[in-house]
Design a protein around this ligand. Sequence first.
Ligand code: F6R
Length: 247
Amino acid sequence: MKIIRCKDYEDMSKKAAALFFSQIHMKPDCVLGLATGSTPVGTYKQLIKWYEEGELDFSKVKSVNLDEYVGLDGTNDQSYRYFMNENLFNHVNIDKANTNVPNGKADNMNEEALRYEALIESLGGIDMQLLGIGNNGHIGFNEPSDAFDKITHEVKLTDSTIHANARFFETIDDVPKTAISMVIGTIMKAKKVVLIANGPKKADIIYETCFGPITPNVPASALQMHPDATIIVDEEAYATILAKRGE
Ligand code: F6R
């Protein structure tokens, strides 16, 4: 696990985007694993900038997103499909037919999960996966639990996640209570993983993720076992590491 310490959010975003820039240049038809939430917005902005400057070509890139709320379709402005269109896909030359987000409106979520897993396999797996992290250590919507789940499935969101995500909705009651998410096993199969985090709220969980025990109670701690995981954090998210290890 490599930890890259950055000055601030902008610096973190630029460094994360630079890894995706290299990935796309090295393999123009790569499969990118993408995330939503506040954290990756700056990374996507930087990628869009490089695209507009003629430095990046997304025409052969394929993508798979980590998760989607159950019950929301792509026209809902809180859906992750909508987020991806607004924050990246509508601004670059990616072929939308090559972009994939789990279907939160599928009739049968177990079947949708199997379809999504099979799709990732058929694309040859994920070359580089971008991750944010929840304050409770979730990645994708893999919430803290007693065991690492093995197959993509519908997950019940914890109160902590519902509260954290309420900022995007009119009222807390509007936050969906379940989501469909790639599981830790699928994320671990990505050839490279890039986790980004900023701000003081993420400091303790970043310490746990990098130096705590590997446990499903801190789902992101599984990344300690990934052969090519890079954690990119700003000074504030690095604060607990600094305090506890004096680095
Ligand atoms: C989103 C996702 C979540 C977020 C996490 C952090 O696709 O998978 O795990 O990365 O909840 O969200 P933010 O970035 O809003 O703090």
